[in-house]
Write a protein that binds this ligand. Structure first.
Ligand code: C2E
Ligand code: MG
Ligand code: MG
Length: 670
């Protein structure tokens, strides 16, 4: 149960956060941008290449002309200068606007590399700002698009492509190392009117357009996702009856309230409020009337709790409330008040509202500092409140109950018992005790009942009353029944092999086990595994077994008898329907409940009932066993009634197998 809340919380966190969508959107946008740049760069290299190659070829010519005859360089009509090996500037022609700090090596653009000259491209003062990007991985051509965008803007590019825009020049410098150790710098420029540049502009525009459409689609998709998510969350957290929030929301919202840093100093109470006999009410008055009561109750609770307190319908007619309690405030009193408001609002229904509370107090050090409530568990607290309310079943006049330490202990014990089952079965910590059954007239051993004990390394010797009801409640009892039948069948086989003349041993089988249609076959197979004669095994059904599916019970009892096992009714007389069950079930043995023999049986009425019960069993052809007999007088009385067997402390308490062995050998030697 407890992990359920955590799971819901994790699920809700996953579902509620739009961050994932936003991150995905950003990531995809970035990816698209990177793609765009890569595409542009590739396209530009392809288109600008011939253009720059032209400049580079002219540079080749200038360099060879210059190396032959320095003065011939002037014939090319370009600005240039020389940086000699001593770092001196020479032969300056035109204006030196070369931005010497920023250069990139010329990539040669696929021209056959003659190895003669190594060129570098330098920024011009006018284009300097484009060069920071050039100094990274990107080449000169990559920034052409940026340059165009900077000069013309998107609209400008459109105009440039259509020929409306005036041409612009992008100046740059080529440098080449000369054979004599000096370096020649020559000024070039690329014109925006160049057809290659136009192509770039055209492509840039197209790609940006496509990119914008994709981003827009992604954006719309993301917004849609977020809206859908919100809608889904809303559904996930809405109660269909009250229209308010539901229990999932209560857990997700409430846990941070009780455990977050700022709230440590405060105390809280988790309440469970509900109507008794609500199902009967809605059955009689219709679902709509029933739901009206719930809606009125919900509104009444909401009105009577503080701002920041939480209230939801948790299940059928139960409401979960998380409310803050002030220092010294009486939780019971607060709950009484809410119950009164709810009762007033739903008085027309005549339903009684009752509640349980689980307080969560702040924990402080001696200096008054609030400590974290590490074990704060809202679902556990609500279960505690439910458990507290359940205790009211035995207190008809009381409307509110607080969860107390004893309940807490019981809850913890239940958890330990449930956790302990697996290891206890695996390590054979369960021990079979045998309580002999004697014939009262002759005091001879006639049978035994197998009773479980838990020899736990952690909790010591544990009696069945402390764990059997827990396993029954949680549906785990069939594991115990299997274990017991298996061990008893094994013991019986061993005793037979040792030469004992064994008496029948009865094993308790719980009612829920009868839901398994092949139970009789399972028992048969367990007995046959050891070769234990079926007539030595008796199956004891607790009386409550007969409240279940009668058809299934009859079927399994019939099968068990067919295989040769006896079947007995345990604790006859302790409930309500014993007589009724006797009418329907073809049982072999009737076990009179120990309660008949409590006290001294001086009461005539008690004697009459026991006598008549034994008579009844006899006329139904059943053997009788009296349980819990402690006095000689009771034995004599039962002997007089011709009761077949007595199982009680008068003869023997339940005992370990070895002790029972000596009882058998004693009986045999008599
Ligand atoms: P039960 O099947 O009715 O067993 C009889 C109980 O009465 C036993 O308690 C036994 O020790 C006790 N008893 C017998 N004679 C006397 C007596 O003279 N005086 C008093 N005061 N008590 C007497 P135990 O062994 O503690 O078992 C309690 C119950 O736990 C059993 O009642 C049975 O319902 C359940 N149980 C025990 N073993 C198993 C098992 O292996 N499987 C299942 N499903 N339930 C079991
Ligand atoms: Mg029994
Ligand atoms: Mg019994």
């Amino acid at each position: 149960m407890q992990s359920g809340g955590k799971k819901i919380k994790r699920m809700a966190m996953r579902k509620s956060s739009p961050l994932g969508t936003v991150f995905l959107f950003l990531f995809l946008s970035l990816l698209m941008s990177a793609l765009l740049v890569a595409i542009l760069a590739t396209v530009m290299v392809g288109t600008v290449e011939p253009m720059l190659t032209g400049s580079a070829e002219e540079m080749d010519r200038i360099v060879s002309a210059f190396e032959n005859d320095e003065s011939r360089a002037d014939a090319f009509g370009r600005d240039y200068f020389i940086l000699d090996e001593n770092g001196e500037y020479k032969a300056l022609v035109g204006e030196d606007t070369c931005e010497r700090e920023r250069s990139v090596p010329y990539t040669n653009f696929g021209r056959p590399d003659t190895g003669a000259h190594r060129y570098a491209v330098y920024a011009d003062e006018e284009t300097e700002k484009f060069f920071p990007v050039l100094s990274g991985d990107r080449s000169f051509e990559d920034v052409m698009g940026e340059w165009l965008m900077d000069i013309y803007g998107r609209e400008g590019i459109r105009r440039l492509v259509s020929g409306e825009a005036p041409a612009e020049e992008l100046p740059f410098w080529f440098s080449a190392d000369l054979k004599n150790g000096s370096r020649l710098f020559v000024s070039f420029s690329v014109s925006s009117a160049n057809s290659a540049i136009r192509e770039i502009g055209f492509l840039t525009l197209g790609i940006i357009g496509a990119f914008a459409i994709i981003i827009l689609v992604m954006f719309i998709n993301s917004v849609n996702n977020i809206i859908n998510r919100r809608r889904m969350l809303n559904l996930f957290f809405t109660d269909t009856v009250t229209g308010g929030r539901n229990y999932n929301w209560f857990l997700v919202k409430g846990e941070p309230v009780i455990s977050s840093y700022g709230n440590r100093k405060k105390s809280y109470a988790v309440l469970c409020l509900g109507f008794e006999k609500y199902l009967t009410y809605s059955l009689v008055n219709g679902t709509a009337e029933g739901e009206k009561v719930l809606c009125d109750a919900y509104r009444a609770i909401k009105k009577s709790i503080g701002r920041g307190d939480l209230c939801v319908r948790a299940n059928t007619s139960d409401f979960a409330v998380l409310t803050r309690i002030r220092d010294g405030e009486d939780v019971g009193g607060k709950m009484d008040l809410i119950i009164k408001v709810v009762s007033d609002a739903t008085a027309y229904s005549g339903l009684a509202c009752r509640g349980g509370a689980y307080p969560i107090y702040s924990v402080r050090t001696q200096s008054g500092r609030a400590l974290p409530r590490k074990d704060a568990d809202l679902e556990g607290a609500f279960n505690g409140a439910v458990a507290a309310r359940e205790t009211l079943r035995e207190l008809p006049g009381t409307r509110a109950a607080l969860f107390d330490a004893k309940m807490m202990e019981e809850q913890m014990w239940e958890n330990k018992v449930l956790d302990g089952l697996g290891p206890a079965l695996a390590n054979e910590e369960f021990i079979v005790y045998y309580q002999p059954k004697y014939a009262p007239g002759t005091d001879t051993l006639r049978g035994a009942e197998a009773l479980i004990r838990w020899q736990s390394p952690e909790y010591g010797f544990v009696t069945p009353y402390r764990f059997i009801p827990i396993y029954e409640k949680n549906g785990l009892i069939p594991k115990i029944d299997h274990y017991m039948i298996d061990h008893v069948a094994r013991d019986l086989r061993r005793w037979l092999d040792m030469g004992y003349s064994c008496v029948p041993v009865s094993v308790n089988v719980s009612r829920i086990h009868f839901a398994e249609p092949d139970l009789a076959e399972q028992i048969r197979d367990m007995a046959d595994k050891y070769g234990t004669p079926h007539e030595l095994l008796e199956i004891e059904l607790t009386e409550s077994a007969f409240f279940d599916d009668k058809k299934a019970m009859l079927y399994t009892i019939g099968k068990l008898k067919e295989y040769g096992f006896s079947v007995s009714m345990d604790d006859f007389g302790s409930g309500y329907s014993s007589l009724n069950s006797l009418k329907d079930m073809p049982l072999d043995v009737l076990k009179l409940d120990a309660d008949f023999f409590r006290g001294d049986m001086a009461n005539d009425r008690g004697r009459i009932v026991v006598a008549e019960a034994i008579k009844l069993a006899k006329s139904l052809n059943m053997r009788t066993v009296a349980e819990g007999v402690e006095e000689r007088s009771q034995v004599d009385f039962l002997a007089g009634l011709d009761c077949d067997m007595i199982q009680g402390y008068y003869y023997a308490k339940p005992m370990p197998g070895e002790e029972f062995e000596s009882r058998m050998s004693m009986a045999q030697s008599l």
